[in-house]
Write a protein that binds this ligand. Structure first.
Ligand code: COI
Length: 359
């Protein structure tokens, strides 16, 4: 953590900060510190740990007009003995740079990305939650800060990391899904596999409808045929079909989830069958009705793994899963949570220790 400048005001702020709420929720509380670095003249400046606060942006900053921005989501966990680890931060760093390349933004070196995450976590160690299933959610981001109304890639950027002690993303233990057959989240050749705000913005009108239909998540289909399941707005999708964990193969319109990958690897470690296979919606419906598909779930860093209770369609019809509480899925979720929190042996290289620093 030698390369990050530490402002004493930031240290004073975090020393005084506590969270007493029993229900943390997601992204409700922010640590009073952040890491910020600026890119100018073709190079990244030194990152600084400073007090959390508003960023100064020109009203013509390109991010505000042309949405040149990317972000990540990863978590830090407290282990029973008190040590704190980041979960697979290198994978987030790599995906961040994949997104950066897609959005014509400069890479942020993997070691500096990890160091920024380590630093904010090390200083936030007193607010990393203790309860199993809770964590410190980190949100690294990069925005185009250069001013100018011409549509061209910016030359100035801000990188940042903020942190939030978080619990469950959803307030319920299962989700009701609204199937979006008309609108499209991401098209072939587009930016659906980059973690950039535009994809989330594209999902919001349908999400409004999803909420009006008393559902919790929108299911998106492919852009060509509007027939194959892709992902939810901010989460990947799995169905258990004839006992096989089945998820759509990655494509340029599906985000490569770190949780998706980790669950597949943990299922394989248990010798549970896993396949990446295109899932036709009509086929899925038929398999739910016949009982071949009993469980399905959404998964992501923020949400972890949440069983799907039902699928609802535009005409108001709803199909209910036979196992709305996802018995098998929850076994896998428990394994992941226990690995992340250091209660079950983690596969090699998954847990990145956060050094203890005195302040
Ligand atoms: C995450 O899971 O980290 C995401 O970025 C998705 C969003 C639902 C918060």
């Amino acid at each position: 953590m030698k390369r990050i400048e530490i402002q004493s005001e930031a240290v004073e702020k975090i020393k005084k900060y506590t969270v007493t709420d029993q229900v943390l929720g997601f992204g409700k509380y922010m640590a009073p510190i952040m890491v910020i670095a600026e890119y100018k003249n073709g190079a990244w400046g030194k990152a600084t740990l400073m007090p959390y606060g508003p960023l100064q942006l020109d009203p013509c900053a390109k991010v505000l007009h042309y949405a040149q921005e990317i972000f990540e989501g990863l978590k830090a966990y407290r282990h029973p003995e008190g040590d704190i680890t980041l979960f697979r931060p290198e994978l987030n760093a790599q995906r961040f740079n994949f997104s950066a390349a897609r959005m014509a933004m400069p890479e942020y070196p993997v070691d500096m990305f990890v160091e920024a995450c380590e630093t904010i976590t090390a200083y936030s160690r007193n607010i990393v939650p203790k309860r199993l299933g809770e964590s410190l959610y980190l949100r690294p981001f990069m925005i185009a800060s250069e001013a100018g109304l011409g549509i061209k890639p910016a030359k100035e950027f801000i990188f940042g990391v903020v942190a939030s002690p978080s619990g469950n993303y959803f307030s319920s233990s299962s989700v009701k899904v609204y199937v979006e057959r008309d609108e499209v989240r991401a098209a072939t050749g587009g930016i659906g596999n980059a973690k950039t705000g535009g994809n989330y913005a594209a999902s919001l009108r349908s999400y409004k409808r999803t909420l009006e239909e008393s559902c919790d998540q929108t299911m998106w289909l492919d852009s060509k045929e509007h027939a194959y399941v892709e992902e939810m707005s901010g989460m990947n999708f799995f169905a258990v079909i004839n006992g096989v964990f089945t998820t759509p193969p990655l494509s340029d319109s599906i985000l490569a989830g770190v949780t998706r990958r980790s669950l597949m690897e943990l299922a394989q470690r248990r010798k549970w069958p896993v396949v990446e296979e295109r899932i036709h919606l009509d086929d899925l419906i038929a398999k739910i009705k016949s009982g071949a598909c009993t469980e399905a779930f959404v998964c992501g860093t923020a949400s972890v793994l949440v069983p799907i209770a039902s699928l609802k369609f535009k005409d108001g019809t709803t199909i209910h899963m036979r196992e709305p509480d996802g018995k098998l899925c929850l076994e896998l979720k428990e394994e992941l949570i226990n690995v992340q929190a250091g209660r079950v042996e983690a596969p090699e290289g998954w847990l990145h220790p956060v050094p203890v620093i005195e302040f």
